[in-house]
Structure formats: structure tokens, C-alpha cells
Design a protein around this ligand. Structure first.
Ligand SMILES: NC(=O)c1ccc[n+]([C@@H]2O[C@H](COP(=O)([O-])OP(=O)(O)OC[C@H]3O[C@@H](n4cnc5c(N)ncnc54)[C@H](OP(=O)(O)O)[C@@H]3O)[C@@H](O)[C@H]2O)c1
Length: 168
């Protein structure tokens, strides 16, 4: 595999579109999400349409062990990625004190912890090689507080500030 983009949350939405864009530009892919069926369909579609290679990592990134497992799977396959695209994320509506804590905890685990951990695991390889790029998908929500989406907006503020800081 060559010119590899690892994209989290590539099974639908923005992540899936980014996977197609990378493939159209001639790159191979490692796609990560929970929905194995959707990832397999994407792999088939991209391999047929563009002839690129697609590796699937079927993982729930809100689990604490998942980011390390993703990194280890890439290494075990003998691959070096060129682009890390931390795209997987979700929001949720409602008054903070009425929302299910499990849902908000999962949101923080995915939007913040998994993104930070994957960046931490892959960035040293990029620095060592002096090549590689990271795209952390944030939101305009990151620039203001979000009543009724308090945790979501706050997670995106983290993404923007964290990413700008390490870019510097
Ligand atoms: N859509 C917008 O208007 C908008 C605006 C600003 C920012 N964003 C940001 O853009 C990113 C993508 O948004 P989207 O609208 O494309 O979302 P989406 O269509 O809901 O897709 C989310 C992706 O993340 C994956 N995902 C969700 N939970 C996961 C988990 N626990 N482990 C692994 N993967 C998980 C989903 O796959 P599975 O369900 O298969 O796991 C899916 O591939 C998010 O970070 C979002 O905050 C979106």
C-alpha cells in the first residue's frame, strides 16, 4: 500500500467522502468505524472504482483500548501511514443535566480521547520521518459555547485548540 490515509469514521458522512477524495487522488486507505458492513461496501466500491487498496479496521473508538489497538494493527501490517484523519465524532441535543451521562461520556471518549490518543501514537512516526499530515475534523461549534449541545461544542473547542497548539 502507498500514500495511505487512515480515516476514522469513514463508514458514512464526511469521512466516507474524504475516503473517496483520497482514492480519487490515487491514495490507498485504512478505514476505521464500527459498522463492518458499511466499511466492506466502501472497500469494494473504492477498489472497483479506483483500483486502490483499502484495509478495514472495525473498531469502537470510544473504548479506551481502541486507539492503541488501531496503531498496533497498522504496525503489525507493516504499514506507515501518510495522513491521519481524525474524523469520527458525534453530538447530541438536550439540557446537560438531563442527558444520559453514558452518551456524553462516549462523546468525550470519541471526540476528544480517541482523537488525542491516535495523534499521540502516530505523530512520533511522522516527526521521525519528517513527513506526514494530520487532519483533525473540528467544527465552527468550537468557537462558541453551545446551549443544548454543551458537551459537543466543548469537545470541538478542545479539537480546535489542541490541533492549533500542536501545529505550532
Ligand atoms: N455534519 C456536519 O454538519 C458537521 C459539521 C461540523 C463538524 N462535523 C464533524 O465532522 C465529523 C463527521 O461528521 P458527520 O456528519 O460526517 O457524521 P456521521 O455521518 O454521523 O458519521 C460519523 C462517523 O463516525 C463513526 N463513528 C461514530 N461513533 C464511532 C465510534 N464509537 N467508533 C468509531 N467510529 C465511530 C461512524 O461510523 P460507525 O457508526 O460505523 O461507527 C461514522 O463513520 C464529526 O467529527 C463531526 O463532529 C460535522
Amino acid at each position: 500500500m502507498n500514500n495511505i490515509a487512515l480515516i476514522t469514521g469513514a463508514s458514512t458522512g464526511i469521512g466516507k467522502d474524504l475516503a473517496h477524495i483520497h482514492a480519487e487522488n490515487g491514495g490507498d486507505l485504512i478505514v476505521v468505524a464500527r459498522s463492518k458492513d458499511k466499511l466492506l461496501a466502501l472497500k469494494k466500491e473504492i477498489e472497483n472504482k479506483h483500483g486502490n487498496q483499502v484495509m478495514i479496521i472495525n473498531k469502537d473508538l470510544s473504548l479506551a483500548s481502541s486507539p492503541r489497538e488501531v496503531y498496533d494493527e497498522v504496525k503489525a501490517a507493516g504499514l506507515e501511514i501518510n495522513y491521519l484523519i481524525n474524523n469520527a465524532g458525534f453530538g447530541g441535543l438536550g439540557k446537560f443535566h438531563e442527558r444520559a451521562w453514558e452518551a456524553d461520556k462516549q462523546m468525550i471518549n470519541l471526540n476528544i480521547t480517541a482523537l488525542t490518543a491516535l495523534t499521540r501514537f502516530f505523530l512520533p512516526d511522522f516527526v521521525k520521518r519528517d513527513s506526514g499530515k494530520i487532519l483533525n475534523v473540528s467544527s465552527t461549534a468550537s468557537y462558541m459555547p453551545g446551549p443544548l449541545q454543551a458537551v459537543y461544542y466543548a469537545t470541538k473547542a478542545y479539537v480546535t485548540f489542541f490541533s492549533n497548539a500542536i501545529a505550532e
